[in-house]
Design a protein around this ligand. Structure first.
Ligand code: C2E
Ligand code: MG
Ligand code: MG
Ligand code: MG
Length: 289
């Protein structure tokens, strides 16, 4: 009977699982998100996509950005912007963040073994940046995996919603001191982008695609992007353009002195197996030239 199996589950310490299996299907989405995320991580509905990053200087794919994906069996694909926010509220952002880090490092180790230095980028939620154990966790993971910190770029977005700014600055300074690269994501959209550039330790800034997408048709946006690139270079930052969707934008960014870029024109975010094939082919092409 149900009671006997419930007692058995209790005795075996499976009471939480039993509760979840029974209730998850009907529970309100927000209230059960914690359990749903754990389930998604366990069964592979949550996975990482990799989008190639292209560098103008040596005309090659030099890295990838890891982007989280969730194909929910009944809800379908859920946008990361939405579920990262929900995960923050559900207290599951730590688990997601370190899962992403482990997966991204696994991928980076494979790609690096193909012979050329490869940069892996991961996104760090604003809710994570000021956590007391952030640096210790990152250190533990890269040490255990034997991964060189300078091959990992940490992208930080929406810095305005960081609660404890001094703690965040402290963490970022420590991470950078260990050799991790820091990137200011979605640059140009936050209210205080220029303040971040002055205050936060960083190695690169990523031009938001809302600017990038209009530089061909709009001279004002072009002037902003062009001068932002010069400003960033004067401050010792590299510049990555996101959201490059066509050849004209790609060519113009090269002309304006942008260091690198990503976007559908250069490659979509894709499962690791297909990313690896794309990267392998790009290596072979370069070696045969
Ligand atoms: P983001 O870091 O600014 O990532 C760039 C977004 O632009 C990605 O959306 C990517 O799929 C999309 N994109 C790339 N190229 C193009 C293009 O040519 N055209 C257009 N229209 N879009 C392009 P995505 O994957 O939906 O991710 C949205 C945001 O969710 C990310 O913005 C990032 O802030 C967040 N995110 C994604 N994965 C993670 C993660 O593992 N952890 C955290 N904390 N946040 C994540
Ligand atoms: Mg990003
Ligand atoms: Mg971005
Ligand atoms: Mg974004």
């Amino acid at each position: 009977s149900a009671l006997v199996s419930a007692n058995e589950a209790l005795a075996n310490g499976r009471v939480v699982e039993l509760f979840e299996a029974h209730r998850l299907a009907e529970a309100p989405w927000e209230l059960s998100l914690h359990a749903r995320i754990d389930e998604g991580l366990r069964n592979g509905d949550i996975w990482l996509a990799f989008q190639p990053q292209w560098r103008f200087r040596d005309q090659r794919i030099y890295g990838a950005e890891a982007l989280i994906r969730w194909n929910h069996p009944t809800r379908g694909p859920i946008s990361p912007d939405a579920f990262i926010l929900q995960a923050e509220r559900a207290g599951r952002i730590d688990a997601l963040t370190y899962w992403v880090l482990e997966e991204a490092i696994t991928a980076a180790l494979i790609v690096n073994a193909m012979g050329e230095r490869f940069q892996m980028s991961v996104n760090l939620s604003a809710q994570m940046v000021d956590k007391a154990d952030l640096v210790a966790r990152f250190t533990e993971i890269v040490t255990r995996r034997g991964f060189e910190p300078s091959l990992l770029t940490i992208e930080i977005t929406e810095t305005s919603s960081v609660r404890n700014r001094p703690a965040a600055c402290h963490n970022l300074t420590l991470l950078r001191g260990m050799g991790f690269r820091l990137s200011i994501d979605d640059f140009g959209t936050g209210e205080a982008s220029l303040t971040y550039l002055a205050d936060l330790p960083s190695d690169e800034l990523k031009l938001d695609r809302r600017f990038v997408s209009r530089i061909v048709s709009n001279p004002r946006e072009r002037a902003i992007v062009s001068n932002t690139i010069m400003l960033a270079h004067a401050l010792g930052q590299e510049v990555v353009a996101e959201g490059i969707e066509d050849a004209a934008t790609f060519g113009l960014l090269h002309e304006l002195g942008c260091d690198s870029g990503q976007g559908y024109y250069l490659g979509r975010p894709q499962p690791f197996a297909s990313f690896r094939t794309v990267y392998e082919e790009s290596l072979q092409k370069r070696r045969s030239q």
